[in-house]
Design a protein around this ligand. Structure first.
Ligand code: UDP
Ligand code: MG
Length: 323
């Protein structure tokens, strides 16, 4: 019997977890119907694991998860020693997952269990990476929606790897794709890009993103901006090249300007207004240099944290066992 792991990264999800496990139980016992006209596999043909990764929650998530485990042997718990962020928590999940396929789902029930039978169906058809494509994004601010679209366009425009739009972490991965992801141990993880990096046969499945059931989203504007910078600096060196090109263009313009001034002075004997000209050039170049240094700094920062070679996460315990 093939085994499917549902991987649930959880940060402060004490209210959502019981509902999530209940929904998954309905799924595993074949009580969830796929949407009308959709392909679907029989969920009772599989063995299940519900792997909760507690990402250093500050509430009772761990306690709730342990209670769930007492009543349901399918629940396994990885407890991280502190909050490492969702990207890192997912890697922990991939490391501990025992299934032949792993499905990543948010704990807040934004990813509908109804989509899973169709994902499994396509997995059985030989696709290693079946990803959920958001048809609707649920309640979300106008700002967040549009900024994230703009970001995807920017990223796609500057990297050779295909980054899929409107695709989140809700996806089914075959064991082979999971092992490929586990081989990528970079600490600055932009998992959405990594899925594309590992390749394999991909298949999309549409779903409607629900609204968060309880609690608040842990991703605010600042953390999304960080994720965006992560995405760009992890997957493209285009900004470095752009700053080189801009620097080159500015030098060229300056050179032309110098020639113009020299010719004007020699031929027409024009006096040059020195101070304003100088000030403009100095301020402009100074600004450009700071930008370029800032960009380089971002990459050096990445190099710094990668060279330390620290593990991506630290697991404190697996089920009852201290690690
Ligand atoms: N999450 C996590 N670690 C974090 C932040 C979030 O494991 O540091 C989990 C969270 O519990 C949820 C999923 O990642 O299962 C998505 O988080 P959230 O719903 O806050 O994000 P959004 O849906 O707003 O993108
Ligand atoms: Mg959410």
């Amino acid at each position: 019997m093939k085994k499917i792991t549902i991987l649930i990264p959880a940060y402060n999800e004490e209210l959502n977890l019981p509902r999530m496990i209940e929904a998954l139980d309905r799924l595993a016992t074949g009580r969830v119907r796929a949407a009308e006209g959709r392909e679907s596999a029989d969920m009772t043909d599989y063995e299940w694991e519900f792997l909760i990764v507690n990402d250093g929650s500050r509430d009772n998530t761990l306690k709730v998860a342990r209670e769930l485990r007492e009543n349901d042997p399918r629940v396994n718990i990885v407890n991280l020693s502190r909050n490492f962020g969702k990207e890192n928590a997912m890697l922990a999940g991939f490391d501990f997952a025992t299934g032949d396929a792993v499905i990543v789902m948010d704990a807040d029930l934004q990813h509908p269990v109804e989509t899973v039978p169709e994902m499994v169906y396509w997995w059985e058809q030989g696709y290693e990476d079946v990803y959920g494509l958001r048809r609707t994004r649920g309640k979300e601010s106008w700002m967040r929606k549009n900024l994230s679209l703009a970001f995807y366009n920017l990223l796609q425009g500057t990297t050779r790897i295909e980054i899929l739009q409107n695709v989140g972490d809700f996806r089914l991965l075959d064991r082979r794709a999971v092992d490929a992801l586990r081989a990528l141990r970079e600490t600055q993880r932009y998992t959405k890009g990594l899925y594309c990096w590992v390749g394999y046969n991909k298949k999309e499945v549409l779903f409607d993103q629900g609204d968060r059931e309880e609690g608040v989203s842990s991703f605010n504007f600042k953390s999304l901006l960080n994720l965006a910078i992560e995405g760009i600096t992890c997957f493209t060196t285009a900004p470095l090249r752009i700053s080189t090109v801009i620097g080159f263009l500015i030098s060229l313009i300056a050179l032309i300007y110098i020639i113009v001034i020299v010719v004007k002075t020699l031929v027409w004997g024009d006096p040059v207004a020195g101070f304003p000209t100088l000030l403009c050039v100095i301020l402009f170049l100074g600004g450009m240099q700071l930008v370029a240094i800032g960009i380089i700094g971002e990459y050096i920062g990445r190099i710094f944290s990668e060279t330390k070679g620290r593990p991506v996460y630290w697991a404190e315990s697996y089920n009852e066992k201290k690690l």
